[in-house]
Design a protein around this ligand. Structure first.
Ligand code: SIN
Length: 290
C-alpha cells in the first residue's frame, strides 16, 4: 500500500491496495492512514460491485440501509436489491426515471448530522465521471478548530447546536418538493449535538456545525445564533482547510463526517454516476480539554 498526502489540512491518496480483498493488517493500516490524514482517504483504481463495497464498508461499522434507515426522501435512490447503496447521479433511465439522487450534497454538510446517530464514514465510489466538472470539496473541521484562538475554542466548547433536515429541505435548489415526504419531518431528523466534538479514535477536537443542516445554537436568540453560526461557516470553509477532489473513474473516497464537511460542485451536464455507502456513528461526545 502506497500513501501520499494530498493537502496540508487533510487527505491521503492510497494506491496499490484492493479493498475488495483487503486483509486485516492492511485494513488496520488503511484506517490508521485515514485518521492521520484528518479523515479523508482517496483510494485509486478500485473494482467494486455493490456487494463488495457493502462488505468493505461494514468493516468500519453498521450501515444505513440495513442497521438504520435514512430519511424517507433518500429511499427512492437506494439500490432496491442492495439497499446499503445510495445512488448519487444526474442520470435518467430511458423512460425518464432518475437513476440516482441528483444535486446531492450541493451545500456544505456532514452526512446525516441531524440524527442522534449521524454518519461516521461515507464511502463514495466513482463509476461514471464527467470529463471535467463535478469535483467534491472537503474541509477539515479539525484544522478549522485548531486555527481558532484559545478563547474562542473555550467558548464554543460549552455550546450545542440543533441540526435539522428541514434546513436543507427548505433551502432553494437542494431538494425538489416532490422528493420530500411528511415522514422526513416526523421528529427523528432533528438532534442537538455539541458544537465541538471529540474524535473517538484520536481524541482530537473538531467543529461540528454545518450550513446544510444546522438550524440554530441553543440558548441564543435568533440574531445571536445566526451571527455566530455565520462566523463559523465562513471560518470552517477557509481555503487553507480545503482539499478539492478531481474525480477519476474507480476512485473510492472515504471521509469521516466527524472530522470533515463536504460540498459537491454542481457545474456539469455530462453523466455522473456514483455509489455511496454510509456507516452509522455513535452519538458524538463533546470535546473536553485536559
Ligand atoms: C454527497 O454529499 O454524498 C455527494 C458528494 C458528491 O456527489 O460528490
Amino acid at each position: 500500500m502506497q500513501c501520499k498526502p494530498l493537502s496540508p489540512a487533510l487527505g491521503v491518496e492510497i494506491t496499490e491496495v484492493d479493498v475488495a480483498n483487503i486483509n486485516d493488517a492492511d485494513f488496520t493500516e488503511l484506517r490508521k492512514q485515514w485518521n492521520a490524514a484528518n479523515g479523508l482517504a482517496v483510494i485509486r483504481g478500485q473494482r467494486l460491485t455493490p456487494q463488495t463495497q457493502t462488505e468493505f464498508s461494514r468493516r468500519f461499522g453498521p450501515l444505513f440501509g440495513e442497521d438504520d434507515h435514512f430519511q424517507e426522501s433518500v429511499k427512492p435512490f437506494l439500490m432496491p436489491e442492495v439497499p446499503t447503496i445510495y445512488r448519487v447521479s444526474n442520470k435518467k433511465s430511458t423512460s425518464g426515471e432518475p437513476l440516482g439522487r441528483s444535486r446531492a450534497g450541493s451545500y456544505w454538510h456532514s452526512d446525516v448530522s441531524f440524527r442522534s446517530h449521524p454518519a461516521m464514514a461515507s464511502l463514495l465510489y466513482g463509476i461514471e465521471i464527467p470529463a471535467f466538472g463535478g469535483d467534491t470539496l472537503f474541509a477539515s473541521q479539525i484544522a478549522a478548530f485548531n486555527a481558532l484562538s484559545p478563547s474562542m475554542q473555550q467558548m464554543l466548547g460549552s455550546l450545542s447546536a440543533v441540526h435539522d433536515f428541514r434546513v436543507a429541505a427548505n433551502a432553494s435548489g437542494s431538494y425538489a418538493a416532490s422528493d420530500l415526504v411528511s415522514e422526513d419531518f416526523d421528529g427523528q431528523n432533528q438532534y442537538c449535538h455539541p458544537v465541538v466534538i471529540k474524535h473517538p479514535d484520536t481524541g482530537q477536537a473538531a467543529l461540528f456545525v454545518n450550513e446544510g443542516f444546522t438550524s440554530h445554537l441553543q440558548g441564543f436568540d435568533a440574531a445571536e445564533s445566526q451571527m455566530l453560526l455565520q462566523f463559523l461557516y465562513n471560518h470552517c470553509t477557509k481555503q487553507e482547510f480545503i482539499y478539492r477532489h478531481r474525480w477519476l473513474q474507480n476512485d473510492l473516497l472515504i471521509w469521516d463526517n466527524r472530522a470533515t464537511i463536504h460540498l459537491a460542485i454542481q457545474d456539469y451536464d455530462a453523466d455522473r454516476y456514483m455509489h455511496r455507502s454510509t456507516v452509522i456513528a455513535k452519538t458524538p461526545e463533546a470535546f473536553v480539554p485536559d
